[in-house]
Ligand binder design. Structure first.
Ligand SMILES: [Zn+2]
Ligand SMILES: [Zn+2]
Length: 186
């Protein structure tokens, strides 16, 4: 049995949170971690009790949706609300933080920003993180490690393809299907 790494575990948590996002423009999740423990989580969404982008559409000003509080900010604010210190904590985000979130993370004492996907990585955000000594580390989520039936699925598809090969004379098409299966399962 392969044990999931801490990085994969926390990033998967952020990915799960992103699924709760209420803004259709981008689904982001963030998890704040201290001493290998999750202390807060957030996703981008409207202020509590207000209408959601998914229901009423985005409120766009100058090309940005102004309705939502960003995932990183929501996670930090959860700490503020319940009095949980964020000093020397780390954050796992699905996307590289925007400039506003970058500044808030620095001010909150976050030490490392783990992100899964590049997202308009602003040069000034990178500069600010570097000046503040905040580390930036890319951690791509390996979805296959999260799938407990991965092995069975791979073997099943392999079996189907082999069976198909014995029935079908068009080797070209089977070859294409095999290549597609390999890209999905490896
Ligand atoms: Zn929106
Ligand atoms: Zn942001």
């Amino acid at each position: 049995m392969d044990r999931i790494s801490w990085d994969q575990y926390f990033m998967a948590q952020s990915q799960l949170l992103a699924l709760r996002s209420t803004c259709t423009r981008l689904m982001v999740g963030a998890t704040i971690v201290r001493d290998k423990r999750i202390i807060a989580g957030g996703y981008n969404g409207s202020v509590s009790g207000s209408v959601h982008c998914v229901d009423d559409g985005c409120y766009v000003i100058d090309g940005h949706c102004v309705r939502t509080v960003h995932a990183e900010a929501n996670a930090l604010l959860q700490c503020a609300k319940f009095g949980v210190p964020t000093d020397n904590a780390d954050i796992y985000v699905t996307h590289f933080p925007c400039l506003q979130c970058c500044k808030q993370l620095i001010q909150s004492g976050i030490r490392t920003v783990y992100y899964a996907e590049d997202y308009k990585n602003h040069p000034y955000a990178i500069q600010l993180f570097e000046e503040a000594g905040v580390k930036m580390k890319k951690v791509e989520l390996d979805y296959l490690t999260l799938d407990t039936k991965h092995q069975e699925k791979t073997e099943y598809v392999q079996k189907l393809l082999n069976k198909l090969e014995t029935l079908e004379r068009d080797g070209e098409e089977i070859h294409g299907l095999k290549k597609q299966a390999a890209s999905l399962f490896e």
